[in-house]
Design a protein around this ligand. Structure first.
Ligand code: 4AD
Ligand code: MG
Length: 502
């Protein structure tokens, strides 16, 4: 019997007859040959069907076979560096399992809503597939890092009776007549577990009723949160940079092919090693208002405009080629895909060109005391080639549980980690207020009912110690690593304020 294998294992079967089980990703024919591009979940492989080897009926069936039909292909494997994946199959037999006609996602431009409504099918696209593989590695690396560094996994609840991260983004659920909320964070529970185990982490879905339609916000996202007893701010930053570097290096090791497919910036990722940049919020505010930032923004605007001209020329060239006629089918498809990419980039550039002066103005007028906005974060991160820790934010801009800096009570001992490439904050964390009276005062200031937090306050009565932790958002991290522009592409079935179709 012919041996079943997968496309990723073809390297071990050169010269052998094997069978692959998959779906038709794409095909083209040229008289006596049909080229079937098969995908099987592990990769792509070109399978060549020669007319001379088959009955006419079979050859025609394969020639007409629609995109995403499922089939089992048997053939002899050979190395072919010019072919996708590096191997090819000379087909000796092919069984169609389910014929598909009129697959809705074609190589032409589809709108965001169309693709989200077809997410169950869009998951099969090369891009979504590659992002999913990277996401898998990111999650595996997260668990590995904490498990190998003495952390104990603590599963925190999803129904929570109180707010963890501010009351504006709570999702309320009717819990047998009582209002409870979907978890915004596991942190408060984790703090209690840290007093039992020392080093703990939780990892799960997190819910926020975000009323902003940005490319960084989901209403349901995955967050990993470590929490450590007896740690200070420098210790947390060190943990954060080692952790993020490990995750990035694991992706480089395991998903190089996917990163290439996605056009990710591999040299940039290779440079993600400790130490990261450290600056205080006050320094960040000064940087935003500086001439250096103004100059940076002006130069960026120029480079956007130059790129725009380049793309417009490229589009015009392709359109001229199409108009001249006589373009082969495979070339037309290639052109169609290229045009989609170019037009998408053009649209993004136009947005950037429009926003640049607005963001430059916001930065120049930045006032101490405000939280950093998305565009401020983008500017700071783009001015550096490694992730940037911004520490010591104004107390008034941050959550009640963050420890007041005793040497400057206007700020807290917290940090955000801003990823380069302008994706913004991927980590938020802090040292926790461990003093009963200070914490009580902050709960009061926020107008929370201390009754709801009495168990949390208990932790400050019975063996309180300096402690802290942080939360890393999986989707923002995946977006940064893959170079994907929109967070919705980094979770299989995204939930956003204005979009949830399937
Ligand atoms: O900064 P945040 O709100 O921090 C916390 O929740 C803390 N309790 C964490 C801790 O100290 N244990 O969120 C942490 C991270 C952000 O940096 C971001 O990566 C992600 O969670 N995040 C979101 N990701 C997608 N969509 C949203 N709406 C997000 N909100 C936060
Ligand atoms: Mg935050």
């Amino acid at each position: 019997a012919v041996q079943k294998t997968t496309i990723s294992e073809l390297k071990d079967h050169v010269g052998e007859e094997v069978s692959l089980q998959g779906w038709l990703y794409n095909s083209r024919s040229s008289g006596k040959l049909v080229f079937l591009i098969l995908r099987d979940g592990t990769g792509l492989c070109q399978c060549i069907v020669e007319k001379a080897e088959f009955a006419e009926e079979k050859f025609d069936e394969l020639k007409r076979l629609g995109q995403e039909s499922s089939l089992v292909v048997t053939g002899t494997c050979r190395e072919e560096p010019r072919s996708v994946g590096g191997y090819e199959l000379s087909v000796t037999g092919a069984e169609v399992v389910c014929e598909a006609t009129d697959y809705p996602i074609t190589p032409k431009e589809h709108g965001v809503d169309f693709l989200l409504k077809h997410r169950h099918l869009h998951l099969r696209s090369q891009r979504q597939w590659a992002i999913g593989k990277v996401r898998h590695t990111v999650i595996d690396a997260i668990r590995r890092f904490f498990n190998d560094n003495g952390f104990t996994l603590i599963d925190t609840p999803i129904f929570a009776p109180t707010a963890g991260e501010g009351e504006q983004t709570l999702f309320e659920v009717d819990y047998f007549g009582q209002p409870v909320y979907l978890a915004q964070t596991g942190q408060l529970y984790l703090e209690s577990a840290a007093m039992s185990y020392g080093k703990v982490y939780c990892f799960g879905p997190t819910f926020r009723a975000e009323k902003s339609k940005t490319r960084r916000h989901l209403t349901e996202f995955w967050m990993v949160e470590p929490e450590v007893a007896y740690i200070d701010l420098p210790g947390l930053l060190e943990l954060g940079e080692n952790f993020v570097s490990f995750v990035v290096q694991q992706v480089l090791e395991k998903n190089r092919g996917e990163l290439e497919t996605l056009g990710a910036d591999i040299p940039h990722l290779e440079n993600i090693k400790p130490p990261f940049v450290r600056m205080t919020y006050t320094e960040a505010a000064e940087l935003l208002k500086s001439d250096k930032a103004a100059k940076f923004m002006a130069e960026q605007l120029e480079s956007f405009k130059a790129r725009k001209t380049e793309i417009e020329k490229h589009i015009a060239d392709i359109e001229a080629e199409e108009k001249s006629g006589g373009v082969k089918k495979w070339k037309r498809e290639k052109n169609a895909r290229m045009l989609i990419e170019l037009r998408t980039e053009l649209e993004e550039l136009e947005k950037k060109i429009e926003n640049n002066p607005k963001h430059a103005k916001l930065a120049a007028e930045f006032n101490w005391g405000k939280d950093l906005g998305g565009s401020d974060e983008t500017i700071i991160s783009q001015m550096h080639d490694r992730p940037v820790f911004v520490t010591h934010y104004p107390r008034s801009a941050k959550a009640f549980y963050m420890k007041t800096d005793r040497s400057n009570t206007d700020v807290v001992e917290n940090f955000d980690l801003l990823a380069p490439e302008g994706f913004g904050e991927i980590i938020g964390g802090s040292v926790r207020e461990d003093d009963y009276d200070y914490l009580m005062k902050r709960i009061d200031e926020e107008g929370y009912d201390p009754e709801n937090y009495s168990w949390y306050l208990d932790l400050r009565k019975y063996g309180s110690v300096p402690h802290g932790g942080f939360g890393l958002g999986v989707e923002r991290t995946v977006a940064w690593i893959t170079g994907e522009k929109h967070i919705r592409q980094c979770i299989p079935f995204p939930r956003m304020m204005d979009k949830m179709y399937i």
